[in-house]
Design a protein around this ligand. Structure first.
Ligand code: AP5
Ligand code: MG
Length: 211
C-alpha cells in the first residue's frame, strides 16, 4: 500500500509513520529525516537545504523532489511523511508516480490543536545514532539522555527551539495547509484527529488505512 501522511509540525507523522511502516513492511520515507541525513553528510543537496531548515522554511521544491524521486520504488509500498508539503510538490509526486505506474492508496491528514503541537515539539528528543524519537513527558527514555533502542545520545533538534517552532507553524499555515483543499476530494483521503495519546492515534490511523 502507498500512503501519504501530512499535517502540521509535531502532529506525530514520524512517530505514527515509523510504527505503521515497521508493522506493514512499507518503506518510511520521512522527508525531514532524509534532509537531515544529507545535511549531516554534507552532500550538495544537504548544503543547499541547511539554511532553510535552520530557519524553519521549506527547502526549494526542485531539491526535495529530486531527493524523494530517488527513494520511491515499487517494492513493498511506501509511507511518505512530510512530502508533499505544498501543491507544486503534490503535482510533482503525481507525475513521478505515473511514470512508475504507481498510485496513492491513502492520503491521511493528521491534525491537532496548536497547543498540542507546541507542547510535543518543545519536549521532543531524538537519538543521534538511530534517529528514534522520544518526548520528555509523553514517551521519556528509561535513562535520561540515552536511547532505549541503541544507547545513543539524545538531543533536541535545532529547529525545535521556540522561535523556529513559531516560524514552522506559520510556514505550515501559509504553504502546506492549502494541500488540504487539493487532497480532500481525492479518492483515499482520510482525516485523522491526532490530539489524543499515541496508542489511540495509532488505532485511528490503522483504521483509516483499512477502511
Ligand atoms: P520535518 O522533520 O518533516 O518536520 P515537521 O513537518 O515540522 O514535522 P516534525 O518532524 O517536527 O513532526 P512530526 O509530525 O513528525 O512529529 P513527531 O512524530 O516527531 O521537516 C523539517 C524541515 O525539513 C522543514 O521545516 C523543512 O525545512 C524541511 N522539509 C521537510 N520536508 C520538506 C518538504 N517536503 N519540502 C520542503 N522542505 C521540507 O512527534 C513530535 C513529538 O511529539 C515527539 O517527541 C513525539 O514523541 C511526541 N508525540 C507524538 N505523538 C504524540 C501524542 N499522540 N501524544 C503526545 N506526544 C506525542
Ligand atoms: Mg517528523
Amino acid at each position: 500500500m502507498n500512503i501519504v501522511l501530512f499535517g502540521p509540525p509535531g502532529v506525530g507523522k514520524g512517530t505514527q509513520g515509523e510504527r505503521l511502516a515497521s508493522e506493514t513492511g512499507a518503506s518510511h520515507l520521512a522527508m525531514g529525516d532524509i534532509l537531515r541525513a544529507a545535511v549531516r553528510d554534507e552532500t550538495e543537496a544537504g548544503l543547499q537545504a541547511r539554511a532553510f531548515m535552520d530557519a524553519g522554511k521549506l527547502v526549494p521544491d526542485e531539491v526535495v523532489v529530486a531527493m524523494i524521486e530517488d527513494k520511491i520504488t515499487g517494492d513493498g509500498g511506501f509511507l511518505l511523511d512530510g512530502f508533499p508539503r505544498n501543491v507544486a510538490q503534490a503535482e510533482a509526486l503525481e507525475v513521478m508516480l505515473a511514470g512508475h505506474d504507481m498510485t496513492i492508496d491513502r492520503i491521511i491528514f493528521m491534525d491537532a490543536p496548536e497547543k498540542n503541537l507546541i507542547d510535543r515539539l518543545s519536549g521532543r528528543l531524538i537519538c543521534r545514532a538511530c534517529g528514534f524519537g522520544f518526548h520528555r513527558h509523553y514517551s521519556p527514555p528509561r535513562e535520561t539522555g540515552c536511547c532505549d533502542r541503541c544507547g545513543g545520545e539524545l538531543y533536541q533538534r535545532e529547529d525545535d527551539r521556540e522561535d523556529v517552532i513559531a516560524n514552522r507553524l506559520h510556514v505550515y499555515q501559509e504553504q502546506t495547509q492549502p494541500l488540504l483543499a487539493y487532497y480532500q476530494d481525492k479518492q483515499g483521503f482520510r482525516k485523522l484527529d491526532a490530539s489524543g495519546e499515541m496508542d489511540a492515534v495509532y488505532a485511528a490511523l490503522t483504521k483509516a488505512v483499512k477502511d
